[in-house]
Design a protein around this ligand. Sequence first.
Ligand code: UD1
Length: 426
Amino acid sequence: MDKFVIRGGEPLLGTVRISGAKNAALPCMAAALLTDQPVILENIPQVRDIQTTRNLLAAMGAEVELGFGRAQHRTSIQCANLSSPEASYELVKTMRASTLVLGPLVARCGRARVSLPGGCAIGARPIDLHIKGLEQLGAKIAQEHGYVEASATRLKGAEIAFDKITVTGTEDLLMAATLAEGETVLQNCAREPEVADLADLLNKMGASIEGAGTSTIRVQGVSKLNGAKHRIIPDRIEAGTFIIAGAMTGGDLNIAGCEPTHLEAVLNKLREAGVKLKINGESVRVMGDNPFTAADMSTEEHPGFPTDCQAQYMALATQAEGTSVVTENIFENRFMHAQELVRMGANIKIEGRRAVVRGKTPLQSAAVMCSDLRASASLVLAALVADGETILDRVYHLDRGYEHFEEKLRGVGAQIRRMGDVFGKK
Ligand code: UD1
């Protein structure tokens, strides 16, 4: 299992370029299931979750081509014959977003068999709302041996109000509704930019969708969708991670190729904490030459502060003057990074959904363990300001969602190395 060794104390200086959004790329790849023609996606990040999705689609009979050289961020997916509309436990257990294939498969093939995701490190994460919505669209659902089996001759448009806001739930039903008969109205939808990006692709494929990015989405069903070419939006969570890294290390970092309008909640919170930021088109410059202060933060659905930046913000809060209260409203168990930060010298008390972070404590290097994707990012940030050499174990969590993370950090002055198994596999 790979590890990172990080020596703290270097300010990050220079420019870092943001990759395509993993969380937009995943549903867009699943959308290719809706047509027998090729869907060409650009700005796809090279991360493990994307590879898992390629394997998932290929196992169903899709032809998945990956660009190389200068085209390495392009992928072409053609689902002419879907011989096996099934997502196995082996794949779903490593990536919960595999459930995104449920809606498109039942819409296109009339049947789908997808493993239930089960527990996840950051909470229960059920898919009941995906299932309930598909039933409202007329699918018959059975649950057997840990799998969801959905079937329908043709889905029928319906009015569906989500009991709770769910990002992949909104995307799953949006995809299913494109091929349903008649109109579907989805209420209480997730407003994340990734939902709007998926709708852009679907509209290019011939769907008729209005309102994506707002809480009400209207879909006029069509009988067939075509191929299309689409460029994935920049990753706002990767951008947020680097902005926080620039501020924490007292650097002068230019985060290029991002979409600042997708980052407003993060930028506003950092401004409130006294971090100096300059927006210039598709770039955010963070100047960490002044001390920053504590600011309370609560995660919310978009356009609120994203839960996927909560762990990184907590690392920043350990270095702010004063006490910050961090409240996690989306997932019930998303503070695993806190214990590891405490082992590095942070002063954090967890009280249910709230973490009370007392800054500013000097951090020391330690051997720490990554527990999930964003928790890992927060430990990297802490290590960048810690005294001495931190060893981060289980960085495969980071590889799921950050493209060339250590190369990008090294390019702006961080002292970070990847270490494989010393003896390799037997
Ligand atoms: C997506 C993102 C993830 C992010 C999360 C919240 C992708 C691939 N992943 O995850 O990075 O952290 O949004 O912004 O885009 N819920 C239910 N029933 C359901 C579905 C969800 O109760 O059927 C609950 C979840 O347990 C959670 C909340 O709703 O408490 C939000 O989850 P959801 O928005 O669905 O997260 P994901 O789409 O899995």
